[in-house]
Design a protein. Structure first.
Ligand code: GDD
Ligand code: MG
Length: 348
C-alpha cells in the first residue's frame, strides 16, 4: 500500500505578510476554505493509502494535529524537526520510520502544490507503482510553459513504457540562461517535487551519495520518542545533519530514477503571482479577495483582510493587506519578498 508522506516544514517566506514563521503558508487556506496541508492530504483520497506521515517543524505541531483532526485523519506519525534541514533529511526521517514495512511505497507530497484534477493525479500514481516496487525512484514531470528558475528540470530519456521514461539528467534550479535553453529544446520536464519510492530505495541512494545525512537521521530516529501524537527526534543528532534538498542531494546524482510525465494542471503555490495565476479573474484579469474596489485596474492580485482596498490606474500589481502589514509590489518582482523578510529578521 501507499503511505503518503507530507513534507510540511518549509517557511513560505515569499508569501509574506500572510505566511509567517509561526504560521507558514502550508497551514493557511490560500485557495479555498481548506489549508494547503489539508488539500494535500485530500489529493490522495482516490488511492488505497495507509495513514499519512507528516514531517514538520516542532513549532507547528499543534497546528498540524488540529488540521488533521478537522479532517478526521489519524496520522501514522507526525515527525517533529527541531530545526529545518531541508527535504533530503525530512524524507529520510519518514523513510527510516517506514523502512520495516517492506511492501509499502512512500508517496512524498510537498504541502505547497495545487493539483486541480485529483482523480487523474491518483490514476497517474497508480499506473507507475509497479516500477517503484521494483526499487526505482519515480519522479513526476510537468511540461514547462516558461523559463522558471525555481524548479528542477528533468531531461527525458528513453521510453520505458507508455507513461514512464528514463532520466537523462536532472538539474535543480538552473540559472535563467539554462532554463531558457531547456524550455526551447522541448526535451525537459519540470520536477514536480512529488516522488514515489520504497523507503529502502531512498535510503540506499542516500547511503551512496549522502552518507552523512543518512547517519545523522538514523541517529536522530534511534533516539526518537513518542510524545502524545508526535515523534520527537534526538535533537543533538538531528542538528548535526547537513542541510540539503532531495533534488540536489539525491536526484542530481542517482541513476536509479524514472520520470512519469503528469499531464494535468499543477502549480507550486510559492509566490503571490502563483496565487494570482490559479485564481478566478475578472474581465481585466484581476483576482481579488476581501473588500476591494477597482477602477481602471488590470492584471493585479489584491487581498484585503481587514480594510477596504481601492485602486485606480493600477496594472500588474500585488497588494496584500493584513492586520499588521501591507505589501505593495510589482507582480514581476514577487520573488524579492524574501529580501523584505530577511530585512525584518535582521532588524530584530
Ligand atoms: N519537513 C520539512 N523540513 N519540510 C520541508 C523542509 C524541511 O526542512 N524544507 C522544505 N520543506 C517542504 C516545504 O514545506 C514544501 O512543502 C516542500 O518541502 C518543498 O520545499 P520548497 O522549499 O517549496 O521547494 P521548492 O519549491 O523550492 O523546490 C522543490 O519543488 C519544486 C516544485 O514545486 C524541488 O523539488 C524542485 O525540484 C521542484 O521543481
Ligand atoms: Mg515549493
Amino acid at each position: 500500500m501507499i503511505i503518503p508522506v507530507v513534507i510540511a516544514g518549509g517557511s513560505g517566506t515569499r508569501l509574506w505578510p500572510l505566511s509567517r514563521r509561526l504560521y507558514p503558508k502550508q497551514f493557511i487556506p490560500l485557495i479555498d476554505n481548506t489549508t494547503m496541508l489539508q488539500n494535500t492530504i485530500s489529493m490522495v483520497n482516490g488511492l488505497a493509502c495507509k495513514p499519512p506521515i507528516i514531517v514538520c517543524n516542532q513549532a507547528h505541531r499543534f497546528i498540524v494535529a488540529e488540521q488533521l483532526r478537522q479532517q478526521c485523519i489519524e496520522p501514522d506519525a507526525i515527525i517533529l524537526e527541531p530545526i529545518s534541514r531541508n527535504t533530503a533529511p525530512a524524507i529520510a526521517l519518514a523513510a527510516l520510520h517506514a523502512v520495516n514495512n517492506t511492501d509499502d511505497l512512500l508517496l512524498v507530497l510537498p504541502a505547497d502544490h495545487l493539483i486541480k484534477n485529483a482523480a487523474k493525479f491518483c490514476e497517474i500514481i497508480q499506473s507507475v507503482t509497479k516500477y517503484a516496487k521494483q526499487g526505482k525512484l519515480i519522479t513526476f514531470g510537468i511540461v514547462p510553459n516558461k523559463a522558471e528558475t525555481g524548479y528542477g528540470y528533468i531531461k527525458q530519456g528513453k521510453k520505458v513504457t507508455q507513461n514512464i521514461f528514463n532520466i537523462e539528467s536532472f538539474i535543480e534550479k538552473p540559472n535563467l540562461t539554462l532554463a531558457k535553453k531547456f524550455l526551447a529544446s522541448g526535451k525537459y520536464l519540470w520536477n514536480s517535487g512529488i516522488f514515489l519510492m520504497q523507503a529502502s530505495s531512498y535510503l540506499a541512494e542516500l547511503a551512496k551519495y549522502q552518507p552523512d545525512i543518512l547517519a545523522c537521521c538514523t541517529q536522530a530516529m534511534r533516539g526518537a520518542y513518542a510524545d502524545l501524537d508526535f515523534l520527537r527526534l534526538d535533537v543533538t543528532a538531528f542538528c548535526k545533519c547537513p542541510q540539503d534538498s532531495i533534488d540536489y542531494a539525491v536526484m542530481e546524482h542517482t541513476n536509479n530514477a524514472l520520470v512519469a510525465p503528469m499531464d494535468l494542471s499543477w502549480q507550486d503555490i510559492g509566490s503571490w503571482s502563483s496565487i494570482w495565476e490559479v485564481s478566478d479573474k475578472d474581465k481585466t484579469n484581476n483576482a481579488v479577495c476581501g473588500k476591494v474596489l477597482l477602477e481602471d485596474t488590470k492584471n493585479s492580485y489584491i487581498y484585503a483582510q481587514n480594510k477596504l482596498i481601492a485602486t485606480v490606474g493600477v496594472d500588474n500589481m500585488i497588494i496584500i493587506e493584513t492586520a499588521d502589514a501591507i505589501l505593495v509590489m510589482h507582480k514581476d518582482k514577487d520573488q524579492q519578498v524574501k529580501n523584505i523578510v530577511n530585512k525584518l529578521q535582521n532588524n530584530k
